[in-house]
Design a binder for this molecule. Sequence first.
Ligand code: SF4
Length: 317
Amino acid sequence: MSTIFGPVHSRRFGVSLGIDLSASTKQCNFDCLYCELSPMQAITQQHDITPVKVILADLTQALTQHPDIDVITLTANGEPTMYPYLDELVDAINILKADKKTLILSNSASLSDEKVFNTLLKLDEVKLSLDAATHDIFHKIDRPAEGIEIAAIIQAIESFSHIFTGKLFIEILFVRGVNDTAQEVSALNQALMHVKCDRIDLGTIDRPPAYAVSGLNFQELYAISQWFDPSLPIHIVSRTHAAATPSSYSADEILTTLDKRPLTQEDIEALFDESSKKRLQTLINENKITHIERSNVLFYLPKQNSERKRQKSTVNP
Ligand code: SF4
């Protein structure tokens, strides 16, 4: 079985070749309620380990077949940072990757391990999950292996974010009735206010989950996005938009809404009815609304808001 899959096209990360660091079986230090793999007790160490040379041979062959990809993504049937030779593998990939970027999709559990922390610093892009910020909800949603504590994870994410020079993305996955309360979002917000990152993606369940839980609809996710501090780079992932019901917004409401939280084209398609979209276009034509790009995603926001942000960044680079 090859350890490489793809290319996979993702609007958030570009065209990617994935490396599965646990190709034969699920090996994870979490047992998340929402996992799209089978439920399985969380473990702390991989027992089925693919040799580095096998992965590098597969990757070399795949790069010959797909020379135009943007990113090499380290992932797993489970948690990729549990791969014991990750550091050696990342060093080898950095030598052969040429102009490709490297990305890891991690659940953040091992980031407080100094070796993992230092290895992830060598990547171009890192996506860290943070589904909860309190002990009880963390244990309820992510069901970690013994000894993994959310306080240590949050501390490690904060430290990492201030040292890492690549692009850092945080992902929060919401499960109905578990981490979607104002109290938990307030704790997440407080933790994230100390994290320096390029984007915070809010998502929910969109594939059959390991346990009997369900996701939120777009409106609920949008309401949650409003609970975060407006300075945070919140982004609702696009696949949750489909079932939304559009509403009518006056020109003033559009300006206020975008001032509080910049919206993507997908957000606008989901939230605005046709006449509101025309009002938005008029505001764009009148130069009252502009757009900015944050790591491959375009956001609309009021012109005044963007100028405020520019002034702030001139004062505090
Ligand atoms: S961290 Fe990922 S692979 Fe592990 S249980 Fe959670 S969703 Fe599944």
